[in-house]
Ligand binder design. Sequence first.
Ligand code: AMP
Ligand code: MN
Ligand code: MN
Ligand code: MN
Length: 273
Amino acid sequence: MIFDLHTHSTASDGSLTPAELLNRAAENDVSYLSMTDHDTVDGYATLGGQSFPGVTVIPGIELSTTWAGRNIHVVGLNIDPENSDLAAGIRLQQLARQQRAEKIAARLAKKGMENPLEKVQQLANGGSIGRPHFAQYLVEEGIVRDFRQAFQKYLGNGKLGDVRQFWSPLEDVIEWIRAAGGTAVLAHPAHYKLTNTRLRSLSEDFIAAGGQALEVVSGIQTKQLTDKLLRLCDDLRLMASCGSDFHAPGKSWSEVGKFTPLPPGCRPVWESW
Ligand code: AMP
Ligand code: MN
Ligand code: MN
Ligand code: MN
């Protein structure tokens, strides 16, 4: 049975609508799918009561936070998307995204670019504004060749689009997830490029703040990484989660439902539901 517990739709920076995402999950034999858009659950309202053959939807979200000056992502799974504490947290995150977008746009405008804020708002189409919308803007304006170059030159670590001070602290985002009845998962631990010691320290702070699981698998990954994350889970008694982190069809992202299997010996998050 395939559990894909990390995916994106047009409610944030994915390219498929929630219904298209669910249809693709059905085609790819996914049994349980969580749509975990960045700092929003709006995709769930779009889905309404529609059902998709063979797919059970697990409501989820991916929340941005800051730890030791870095952007960290926490996935909340099996949440009540209508919980009022979570909704209040999401409002803070959306305000933060809006303020960050204004700051990035002002920096781009200073470089002579035209109406960046207006254009990214159009691209986000009412959804959660993210750096990928700025990447799309830079590509469409012919300022960069592709997303990769957009992140390398303008949006990645240390570049003008890397504005960090806006996200809520780790304790808060985990509290919102727990208040909504959800399981808090430390997303894609390898993305943060931390040393083993720092990753352990982040994981310990995550647990102290109420975090419950580690995303042992994110897309297609090496056995070496899977083994390392399994050991960390074991040592710290965390549950394990997995997902594709699908954003769009094509080569840049893992396909819905396609990722390295969770290794035997871990305790999958869904066993606690
Ligand atoms: P944000 O949440 O607005 O800070 O944007 C982060 C998102 O940007 C991630 O979830 C990815 O979807 C995307 N992203 C980050 N780094 C890159 C990159 N180097 N190339 C393409 N997309 C990226
Ligand atoms: Mn994303
Ligand atoms: Mn992420
Ligand atoms: Mn993601």
